[in-house]
Design a binder for this molecule. Structure first.
Ligand code: NDP
Length: 286
């Protein structure tokens, strides 16, 4: 039976370190890092994520503010709002909670955010920096996965890594980070042929698909490390990942649960990015 990788524990340790760095920064500058979150509309899941981001900021002693805008906000109004927020020195990082209502163009919204305040790391400049391995911020979810692997002492070097999913926010950057950590990386998607054959090669298998029980035990190699990024609802409405946890844990050497796995780490890495942004903007980085 595999070890359960405890995202809550890793997150707590990481947040303690962030709080220490925040205190050191305050000592030098008399200021605390500030995060602004913009949310458009009433999507209940988005509201929960935003609340958790605000709570995370409070926990590590950051300043934070949430800007709620109605669902019929226009592109012009949203642009104006973002520009007025990012012009303020006390705001080191900003993010616009996705998804946006369909009349708003997410790509254009991301482009408005100055790369040095783009703590989600979705701006094309930050995406490009990840490609060349010279970055200030990493997208929070893949960064959280790398932190978990490091914490558990799982060396990626030379390992067969299979990432299922190729979205811009999870799958693609995840593959890049595993590659930079010297893994041999395969990226799978909905057009991949013989998926189980490919996933069975993985020493480290990351699933970011968005379907409950998608990764079954027969798709997993004995002793593999299995990272479940998925956040789905099962038939009874309970939060679950992509992995058939109860059966896959019997084969895996280590596995992340849902909840209590990658999800909590994602917000922790947002806090780390906000801290890095403040350190860079106040030229106090380590
Ligand atoms: P997307 O829907 O953007 O991407 C899903 C990916 O899965 C696509 O690349 C798609 O392939 C692939 N896929 C779909 N069906 C199959 C299939 N049958 N076989 C192989 N691949 C398939 O989702 P996201 O990347 O945004 O999110 C993925 C999951 O992770 C979701 O459950 C989401 O809620 C969760 N998530 C969790 C976070 C966390 O903090 N833990 C943060 C962000 C997301 P194709 O490109 O060909 O369509």
């Amino acid at each position: 039976m595999g070890k359960i990788i405890d995202g809550k524990l890793i997150s707590r340790d990481t947040r303690e370190k962030i709080a220490e760095r925040r205190a050191a920064l305050y000592e030098k500058t008399g200021k605390v890092p500030g995060l602004a979150v913009v949310i458009v509309g009433d999507d209940p899941a988005s509201k929960v994520y935003v609340r958790n981001k605000k709570k995370g900021c409070e926990e590590v002693g950051f300043y934070s503010e949430v800007h709620e805008m109605p669902a019929d906000t226009t592109m012009e109004e949203l642009t104006e709002k973002i520009l007025s927020i990012v012009s303020r020195d006390e705001i080191n990082g900003i993010l616009v909670q996705l998804p946006l209502p369909s009349h708003l163009d997410e790509r254009r919204v991301i482009d408005i955010i100055p790369p040095e305040k783009d703590v989600d790391a979705f701006h094309p400049v930050n995406t490009g920096k990840i490609m060349i391995g010279n970055y200030c911020f990493l997208p929070c979810t893949p960064a959280g996965v790398m932190k978990m692997l490091e914490y558990e002492g799982i060396d990626v070097t030379g390992k067969e890594c299979v990432v299922v999913g190729r979205s811009n926010i999870v799958g693609k950057p995840m593959a890049m980070l595993l590659l930079q950590a010297n893994g041999t990386v395969t990226v799978c998607h909905s057009r991949t042929r013989n998926l189980p054959e490919v996933t069975r090669r993985a020493d480290i298998l990351v699933s970011a698909v968005g379907r409950p029980k998608f990764i079954t035990a027969d798709m997993v190699k004995e002793g593999a490390v299995v990272i479940d990024v998925g956040m789905n609802r099962d038939e009874s409405g309970k939060l679950c990942g992509d992995v058939d946890f109860d059966n896959v844990i019997e084969k895996a050497s280590a596995i992340t649960p849902v909840p209590g796995g990658v999800g909590v780490m994602t917000i922790t890495m947002l806090l780390e990015n906000t801290l890095r942004a403040a350190e860079a903007q106040w030229k106090c980085g380590k």
